[in-house]
Write a protein that binds this ligand. Structure first.
Ligand code: ADE
Ligand code: ZN
Length: 348
């Protein structure tokens, strides 16, 4: 079995994927046309999925989001996003979506949630992919807006709408001010995560843990600037959802083969990492490709890839008995995969 076959067959969970970032270029073009959304000039629609930094990326991300209008549109993009996860061998997904950008376009929360929740049911029926939704706060908007977000999201809280996240550009918008919003969400029974240490300093990772009380950290690369915090995250078994292609395209850590790349140093330090995609079609990737990229650029053996896949199950917001059952099942499948002779195929 070659590496490509191995990473696709590996049972794994996707825990860091943004719905608007998971819209295929062709679907974006179709929805923009249908809903009369003006796009910048392009030759191939794929040209719009090229950017050099997070700020440029977020402009296109918002444009994609604004192309999604009715419940059928939300169903379509969520269904295709989950199909993409399943096709990469994902067995479970927790995914973010950014309701505020749609709200600003005049779309009701009922419209967004009805389309997305139906797609989650359909994906479970059609691909056996169980999924959970994490509405995420746009940290660039005001604190008032994030309280309003909570008032609109909490009525939809359910087994499927499982927690909240904090995304968009972290560097100018640190996590600390969102403490009261996170307190309220926690009291309402929401699970908690936040983007921290992607562009902002290690102190943001500490604040996300100490003030927001998040259970895991999205990205978190700059935790490596604080050795004491690293030691604490290891002791507390904090999971970091890291996204290799996203670092190459959206951060200044462009070279995964670099000995100083934070994913390399986080792994070597012994932090608990979960490999994820962030925005798969917008970053020209899928979950299997992210595992393969890490294996190829960081010379990870298959045992290490299997350990990373099991981390994704440990860090997932599943109930303990489901996790135990799935762990037994995944471990059996992984043992079988690891027992297969390794083949190297030209070009892979
Ligand atoms: N989508 C929304 N915010 C994002 C971020 N900070 N990084 C990648 N994709 C995002
Ligand atoms: Zn992200």
């Amino acid at each position: 079995m070659d590496l490509e076959q191995f990473v696709r067959a590996l049972p794994k969970a996707e825990l860091h994927l943004h719905l608007a970032g998971a819209v295929k270029a062709q679907t974006f073009r179709r929805l923009a046309r249908k809903n009369n959304v003006q796009l910048p000039p392009f030759r191939d629609i794929e040209d719009l999925y090229r950017y050099d930094n997070l700020v440029d990326f977020l402009q296109i991300y918002d444009l994609v989001a604004r192309s999604v209008v009715d419940a059928d549109d939300f169903h379509l993009i969520a269904y295709e996003a989950l199909e993409h996860v399943a096709n990469a061998g994902g067995r479970y997904a927790e995914f973010f979506f950014s309701p505020q950008v749609h709200q600003d376009a005049g779309i009701s929360y009922e419209t967004m949630f009805s389309g997305i929740l139906k797609a989650m049911d359909d994906a479970e029926k059609d691909f056996g992919l169980v999924s959970r939704l994490i509405p995420a706060i746009n940290r660039e908007l005001s604190l008032d807006r994030s309280f309003e977000f909570l008032d609109l999201v909490l009525p939809f809280r359910s087994e499927k709408v499982i927690g909240i996240g904090l995304d968009y550009d972290e560097e100018p918008f640190p996590p600390a001010p969102f403490k009261p919003v996170y307190d309220k969400a926690r009291k309402a029974g929401m699970r908690l995560t936040a983007h921290a240490g992607e562009g902002g300093p290690a102190a943001n990772v500490r604040d996300a843990l100490d003030l927001l009380h998040v259970e895991r950290i999205d990205h978190g690369y700059r935790v490596m600037e604080d050795a004491e915090l690293v030691a604490r995250c290891i002791a507390d078994d904090i999971a970091f959802t890291v996204c290799p292609s996203s670092t190459v395209i959206l951060t200044h850590w462009r070279d995964l083969t670099d000995a100083d790349h934070p994913i390399r140093t986080m792994l070597d330090a012994g932090l608990k990492l979960v490999v994820d995609t962030d925005d798969p079609p917008m970053l020209q990737t899928d979950l299997a490709k992210e595992y393969r990229l890490l294996a190829e650029t960081m010379s990870l053996d298959r045992g290490t890839l299997a350990r990373l896949a099991l981390n994704s199950l440990d860090a997932a917001w599943l109930d303990d008995s489901t996790r135990r059952d799935w762990r037994a099942d995944w471990s059996k499948q992984i043992d079988r995969l690891l027992a297969e002779p390794e083949e190297v195929r030209a070009g892979h």
